[in-house]
Structure formats: structure tokens, C-alpha cells
Design a protein around this ligand. Structure first.
Ligand code: AMP
Ligand code: ZN
Length: 480
């Protein structure tokens, strides 16, 4: 399997540290708000990586942290904690806010068929591990104190910034040129960052006593401490969005390697950004969508997953509703194809020629994935298979044996794609009563009796487990 490694900036053949096992760490959400579809791009692509590793026979231990304290607004080194700020706005406790958005996040990743991590450690539950790491760094002379907290002197770490491909001086210049230079007073270098922040007198929640004073951890130290706790001081793959390269991951490396004297991570995997209508997602532009926003507009979650799979993780991807409509239609046509295969009754053995073609496309699909997770290439091969078989279906050439083979291959593809092919195959026909109810609902909608229409939709969902969606192309339905 070949993978692009941000560290060194080239494609390499992946080799795990332990035979047949992979330690995988993916930076998780800061739970102060709902995750948006850009975040989901990163999590879905990380899921493709994990599924491909598993398909290749590795036993994967996957850790994803929950940042419930320490991530400051604007990623600056001064300013308020994101979770605590939201708690103030919502008049709730920081813990209530954090747990609420953590659950919302878990619901979202489940709805996107992202395989759950093996461990999801919360920052607030690993303060001791963080303090132990800070102590090590302190003993080795990497830390200094300013008014607002304990900082890491980045000039003391020889390889600081290696992940960015820039020298220490270049990186300092780069960060100075950027807009995000709200720095605490007394810093020695612009790249220096807090490992521990002092709490204000009035701060009561999510603060801990330590030998450096009462406070809370910095965001970067969390990922260093929690990844090493569950995966060891040296592990295989660490992931996140590209925005994490110059600061968050650069700082994680600096802390972890300074503390242990060992190489921290072998492969760094970064997902490029999702834009919306070719613009950066921003609340001020009103273009920050969550998965729930899309569901409320009538899209099934897997339409988003299909859309996200259709682009390579290292290219920027642009979201539009037109593209999402296309994704939904393509997904529907794949499900229809699966059902047509299942309906084949024709007896007869599989001819050699289609068998060879199917084998070829099956292999090509996984070759593309093993080539730095080329999902668009893999999907091209799946669509070639669908096109080939659809043609043969229309000509009445497909036997039961051939259909079964095609189904088996499609299900194998779905081990990576996670698009519920199995469910589509099990899908029953629409019961007659429901067809009638849908007609009745359409009538109610025409008469603008939305209350009645909503009541019917609810009845169909509760009684029959069928979800109704209104789309541009008309009413669609699927089993829950
Ligand atoms: P955060 O909760 O801000 O730490 O972000 C969670 C994950 O989503 C991180 O790995 C980010 O790098 C990633 N991310 C944030 N914005 C985007 C975006 N627009 N496109 C893709 N990934 C993103
Ligand atoms: Zn992280």
C-alpha cells in the first residue's frame, strides 16, 4: 500500500512498526459546536484509510480524542476556551456543552458509516497524563513561564517545523505574515505555545491544580499525551486536516519527541479542505453546513459520504448542492443496479469472458486504493463494472451465477465505501398501503396542508420504518 507522507512530502510504501498491526490516531473534534461538512470530509477520508488498512489485513487500533478543554478561540495563544465561551453563551456548564456536542458528533459519524474509533479519550479525563508530560519537558528545560501560562521554547527543539518543510526561521516568518498573531506577552518566539494556561480567579470549571499553578492544558499537549498513552511513544499514523500541519501537529511532534527522545510518528496523513461554492466555510458567509442541515433539506447522509468519496483526499474539494444532488442520484442508481442483479433468475453457469472482466475491475478498484487512496479511481472501476453489467442485464445475458459474482464484488467494494450496499439488497418493495399514504400526502402538500403531510410522513416512518424524502425529482423513500 502506498501513502503520501506529509513528513518528507513523498509517496512511500506503508510499513507498520509491528507486523500486521497499525496504531492510528486521528485528531478529533473540539466539542463546542456541531461539526460541519468540512470536518466530515476529513473524518470520512480517515475512515477510508482505516478501512483500506483493515482490508489489507492489518489489525488497526484507532484512537480519536475529544477536545473538551484547552482549544482557544481563533487558535490563538490568548483568549477564551471555545467550550467555556459556548457554555457562557448557552448559560450551561462547560461539561454539559461538551457532552452534548460530543454526542451530536458521534451521531453524525455513525450516520456517515464512519467506523467508530476503539478509544475516544476526553481531554478532561487525561489531565494527569498531560501534567506528567509537562513535567518531563520542564525537567529537560524546554519550558518557561510568562504571565498567562507555561510555554514551550520552540527554538530549543532542533527539528522544529520539519513537518512543514520549512526551517525554523522560515516558519517564524510565515506565521508572522499570517493574520493569526494574537500572542501572549513575553514570548521568546512567535512559534512558542502554551502547554499549561493559568486560570483566571473567577474560572471555576475545567481548571486543575498543578505544580505550575491552577489552570488547564494547552490543546497540543492533549493530543501528544493521549496518543502516546493509547498507542505508545512511537506509532504508525497520525491524521488530521491540512490546517493542522504548521501548528497543531508541528507542536505535537516538538513536545512528544523532546520528552521521549524518540521519533513520534512514522506517517503523517493530511486531508485537504472542503470549500463551499469555492469559498472558505465561514459563519459570516452563512455557508457552514452541518450533516443535520443536509438531512433537513431532504438528503440522506450517505449522499454526502458518496460525494466526499468522489474526490481525492489531497485535492481541495468544492461542495455545491448540485454536486450533492448528483451524488444522491448516482447512489440511487447503484442501489437500483444491485436490486436488478438480485432479481436475476436466469439459470446457467458463468461464462469465462464476463468473469475475467469482473475480476479485472475488482482488482483495479483495490489497486487504486492502494495507490495513495485514489477513491475517484476506485469509483471509476466500480462504475465500469456497473456499466458493463447493466448492458448485459439489458441484453438478458446475465445468469444467476454471474449476478451473484457481481454482487459479491460490489459488497467487497462496500467494505471501503461504506454505502450500505447490503441494506439496499435487503430492501423490500414498497408496501401498497404506504404507496397509498404517499399519494395522500402529495395531495395534502398540493393543498398546502403541511400539517397533514407531516403527520403522514411521521406515520409512515413510525409504522413502517420508511423514510420519505422530498427531492427535486419527486418523492423518494428508503427503509430506515
Ligand atoms: P477542529 O474541530 O476544528 O479541530 O476540526 C476537526 C477536523 O476537521 C480537523 O482535522 C481539521 O483539520 C478538519 N477541518 C476543519 N475544517 C475543514 C475543512 N473545511 N475541510 C476539511 N477538513 C477540515
Ligand atoms: Zn490533535
Amino acid at each position: 500500500m502506498k501513502l503520501y507522507n506529509t513528513l518528507g512530502r513523498k509517496i512511500q510504501t506503508f510499513r507498520s512498526i509491528k507486523n500486521g498491526e497499525v496504531g492510528l490516531y486521528t485528531c478529533g473534534p473540539t466539542v463546542y459546536w456541531f461539526a460541519h461538512i468540512g470536518n466530515m470530509r476529513t473524518y470520512v477520508q480517515e475512515d477510508v484509510l482505516k478501512r483500506t488498512l483493515i482490508y489489507n489485513g492489518y489489525k488497526v487500533k484507532h484512537v480519536m480524542n475529544i477536545t473538551d478543554v484547552g482549544h482557544l478561540v481563533g487558535d490563538s495563544s490568548i483568549g477564551e476556551d471555545k467550550v467555556k465561551l459556548e457554555a457562557r453563551k448557552e448559560h450551561k456548564s462547560a461539561y454539559d456543552v461538551a457532552r452534548f456536542y460530543e454526542q451530536a458528533f458521534i451521531n453524525d459519524i455513525k450516520r456517515l458509516n464512519i467506523i467508530m474509533p476503539d478509544v475516544m479519550p476526553r481531554a478532561t479525563e487525561h489531565i494527569n497524563e498531560m501534567l506528567a508530560l509537562i513535567k518531563k519537558l520542564d525537567e529537560k528545560g524546554y519550558l518557561y513561564k510568562v504571565e498567562t501560562g507555561i510555554y514551550y521554547d520552540t527554538s530549543k527543539f532542533k527539528k522544529y517545523g520539519e513537518l512543514t518543510g520549512m526551517t525554523f526561521e522560515q516558519l517564524n516568518k510565515y506565521l508572522k505574515a499570517g493574520a493569526r498573531v494574537e500572542r501572549a506577552a513575553g514570548l521568546r518566539n512567535i512559534t512558542d505555545f502554551a502547554v499549561w494556561r493559568f486560570a483566571k480567579e473567577e474560572e471555576k470549571e475545567m481548571v486543575w491544580d498543578s505544580e505550575w499553578g491552577r489552570g488547564f492544558p494547552g490543546w497540543h499537549i492533549e493530543c501528544s499525551a493521549m496518543s502516546m498513552k493509547y498507542l505508545g511513544e512511537h506509532f504508525d499514523i497520525h491524521c488530521g486536516g491540512v490546517d493542522h500541519i504548521p501548528i497543531h501537529h508541528t507542536n505535537e511532534i516538538a513536545q512528544s519527541e523532546a520528552a521521549t527522545g524518540k521519533k513520534f510518528v512514522n506517517y503523517w496523513f493530511h486531508v485537504a479542505f472542503l470549500t463551499v461554492n469555492n469559498m472558505k466555510m465561514a459563519k459570516s458567509l452563512g455557508n457552514v453546513y452541518t450533516l443535520q442541515d443536509l438531512i433537513d433539506k431532504g438528503y440522506p447522509p450517505l449522499a454526502l459520504r458518496y460525494f466526499l468519496l468522489s474526490s481525492h483526499y489531497r485535492s481541495q474539494q468544492n461542495f455545491t448542492f448540485e454536486a450533492l444532488d448528483n451524488a444522491r442520484n448516482t447512489l440511487d442508481s447503484i442501489y437500483a443496479f444491485l436490486r436488478s442483479l438480485k432479481a436475476v433468475q436466469k439459470e446457467g453457469s458463468l461464462e469465462k469472458e464476463p468473469s475475467d472482466e469482473l475480476d479485472k475491475l475488482h482488482k483495479a478498484f483495490f489497486d487504486e486504493l492502494n495507490n495513495d487512496l485514489n477513491t475517484p479511481g476506485a469509483l471509476r472501476n466500480m462504475h465500469a463494472l456497473i456499466g458493463y453489467e447493466n448492458k448485459r442485464l439489458s441484453e438478458g445475458k446475465v445468469t444467476k451465477e454471474e449476478a451473484n459474482k457481481a454482487i459479491e464484488i460490489m459488497l467487497d467494494f462496500d467494505k471501503i465505501l461504506g454505502l450500505d450496499f447490503e441494506k439496499a439488497l435487503e430492501e423490500k418493495e414498497l408496501p401498497e398501503e404506504v404507496a397509498k399514504l404517499i399519494q395522500e400526502r402529495e395531495l395534502a402538500r398540493k393543498e398546502k396542508n403541511f400539517e397533514r403531510a407531516d403527520a403522514i410522513r411521521k406515520e409512515i416512518e413510525e409504522k413502517y420504518g420508511i423514510v420519505i424524502e422530498d427531492t427535486k425529482e419527486g418523492v423518494k423513500w428508503h427503509y430506515k
